[in-house]
Design a protein around this ligand. Structure first.
Ligand SMILES: *[C@@H]1O[C@H](CO)[C@@H](O)[C@H](O)[C@H]1NC(C)=O
Ligand SMILES: *[C@@H]1O[C@H](CO)[C@@H](O)[C@H](O)[C@H]1NC(C)=O
Ligand SMILES: *[C@@H]1O[C@H](CO)[C@@H](O)[C@H](O)[C@H]1NC(C)=O
Ligand SMILES: *[C@@H]1O[C@H](CO)[C@@H](O)[C@H](O)[C@H]1NC(C)=O
Ligand SMILES: *[C@@H]1O[C@H](CO)[C@@H](O)[C@H](O)[C@H]1NC(C)=O
Length: 509
């Protein structure tokens, strides 16, 4: 596989430059290898021409001939198309369908830039760590409406999406996953998982995810696909309530990845009880076996608002601080009064369910005696999962790295500014439906979601409004590609100035 891919890459690189169309400097990423059993493969190529009217079709006809000759393989162009290059739009998108005499076909993605230096191109291809097995170019997941327009706030497109809402529903069933995962390579390719870390920065900053799933395998799988990178770790807690077929589907999906696994114990998670915490803590314990920098917990009904690269940049800008929500309103004593004295003279605080904590915090949670005493005490309180992390992170005398050292006596000192989760309360007015007092993101929220500073949104429900989900997935995917191609800037100044970052405990006592 590899050699043929490299052959095509090299062909792209070396020979475009040596043709008489030397004004095209070529950058050729090998972005996809796709083994299929028929005999054509498609390449989409973007050419930028600054000097003369581009004739991409001719160029590629020439090059295919050249390739055939060089590799002693018979390539044949069965279909070729491109847009016109004009004064204004100097990019040409060329689509080629090849026929090859061999049995195995591959799908390539190539991208051409005018300005890219040759050395860098070359390095991309020679470097064994570089992308090998996925397709990465901006694309539209959603064909029936324009997500880009919706995100720009087009009322017309929003109305159109409401009209079409039920016309373009196609959900992958649990049995699809069970069948498709019989061949994991096929599954990973078909579902277009990103199997490369994408950057050194991301590779060196692995994340640990705990994901609580209790229904909708399809939505879970799309969440996983959006956040999946080979360097991260994913602990999946499949709720005892899950149906057998859903459970099997999840089981087979995760069996296709080395870094995705089930939690060692499964609970029947009931919101507001200790079981929520138990599920997360089991995953945290399981995850501590691996090397990573930050822990993030999610439910199957959340979705990223940032790309992996952006999440890494945000967490790095925290400089070790833990993002643990704390309620600005401080009188919640009724929740724990009945539980008796708080162990080790801790001051309890109430937060909400979302955290992004560093590894030292996770180790403290799982291993420290004070933490274990707090955990036991919490079993007698109401909604313990909202108290546990918040209490640990706001008692700086414990010396937990990254915990909050600022003033907590007056609520004015607690600024809202945690960025783990975007969540809109029903009381503030929903554009769509609500569930348990929280708004379910709707199509009208997309414009806002695209700009929110938070890393994830709670709640996004595919069944409820699939375009919102589909468009967000498309947006995050496109941004991943932009980030990868270094076409996107991401400024973390505001993150590094967040109140909990500025007031974080930097060194363990
Ligand atoms: C094929 O390649 C050889 C040398 O590599 C060259 O001499 C020959 O002209 C090429 N044929 C065509 C049709 O390009
Ligand atoms: C595919 O390869 C096999 C063996 O290599 C051969 O028998 C078969 O005819 C080939 N199929 C096609 C369509 O070329
Ligand atoms: C994603 O990229 C494709 C290709 O450039 C574009 O057509 C589409 O509108 C983009 N989608 C979004 C949500 O930006
Ligand atoms: C994340 O973990 C915290 C602490 O265990 C818990 O309160 C919360 O419910 C978890 N959130 C999710 C979304 O699982
Ligand atoms: C637990 O944390 C407390 C407070 O920081 C510390 O005094 C104690 O040594 C820790 N115990 C263990 C076993 O880590």
């Amino acid at each position: 596989m590899r050699s043929r891919k490299f052959a095509l890459a090299e062909f792209c690189l070396r020979h475009t430059i040596s043709t008489k169309y030397a004004s095209f400097v070529l950058l050729c990423f090998i972005l996809g290898t796709f083994v299929v059993r028929w005999e054509t493969f498609v390449t989409r190529i973007q050419i930028y021409n600054s000097q003369e009217p581009a004739r991409p079709v001719e160029i590629f006809e020439q090059q295919i001939k050249y390739l055939s000759n060089q590799t002693k393989t018979s390539y044949e162009i069965s279909e070729i198309s491109s847009n016109k290059v004009t004064e204004k739009n100097k990019y040409a998108n060329v689509k080629l369908k090849f026929k090859e005499k061999k049995n195995i076909t591959e799908k390539y993605q190539a991208k051409y830039y005018q300005a890219a230096p040759w050395e860098r191109i070359h390095a991309k291809i020679e470097n064994k760590d570089e992308p090998e097995n996925y397709i990465l170019s901006k694309k539209r997941f959603v064909k029936s409406v324009s997500c880009a327009k919706i995100i720009r706030g087009s009322k017309r497109e929003i109305t159109k999406s409401a009209d079409l809402e039920n016309d373009y529903l196609s959900v992958l069933s649990p049995t699809y996953y069970i069948r498709k995962t019989e061949n994991c390579d096929d599954f990973i390719n078909t579902r277009e998982y990103i199997t490369d870390p994408l950057s050194k920065e991301e590779k060196e900053f692995p994340l640990a995810y705990s994901i609580l799933v209790y229904k909708s395998v399809y939505q879970f799988e799309r969440l996983l696909r959006s956040i999946y990178r080979p360097q991260n770790f994913y602990c999946i807690h499949a709720d005892m309530k899950m149906s057998d077929v859903d459970y099997d589907a999840v089981r087979y999906i995760i069996s296709c990845f080395d870094n995705v696994f089930f939690s060692s114990k499964a609970y029947n998670v009931a919101w507001g009880t200790f079981s929520v915490l138990a599920a997360d803590l089991t995953c945290m314990t399981n995850l501590l076996k691996y090397k990573w920098k930050y822990f993030i917990n999610l439910t199957g009904q959340e979705f990223p608002l940032k790309t992996n690269r952006e999440i890494v940049k945000i967490l790095k800008s925290f400089n070790g601080a833990n993002d643990v929500h704390i309620e600005t309103k401080l009188n919640w004593e009724q929740r724990w009064e009945k539980a008796g004295p708080v162990p080790d003279k801790l001051t309890p605080y109430k937060g909400s369910v979302h955290v992004a904590v560093n590894r030292n915090f996770a180790e403290f949670v799982i291993r420290n005696a004070t933490s274990l005493r707090l955990m036991n005490w919490l079993k007698r309180t109401d909604i313990p999962d909202e108290i546990f992390f918040t209490t640990l992170n706001h008692n700086p005398q414990l010396g937990i790295p990254g915990s909050y050292t600022g003033d907590l006596k007056t609520k004015n000192n607690l600024k809202k500014g945690d960025v783990a989760r975007y969540k809109k309360w029903y009381s503030t007015g929903c554009t769509g439906q609500e569930q348990h007092g929280i708004c379910i993101a709707s199509i009208k929220d997309l414009q806002v979601l695209a700009r929110r500073p938070e890393m994830f949104v709670n709640k996004l429900i595919w069944d409820n409004d699939h375009y919102t989900f589909d468009c967000l997935e498309e947006l995050i995917y496109n941004r991943t590609v932009d980030g990868y191609n270094e076409n996107a800037q991401f400024d973390t100044t505001e993150y590094s100035n967040l109140f909990f970052v500025r007031k974080a405990l930097r060194h363990a006592k």
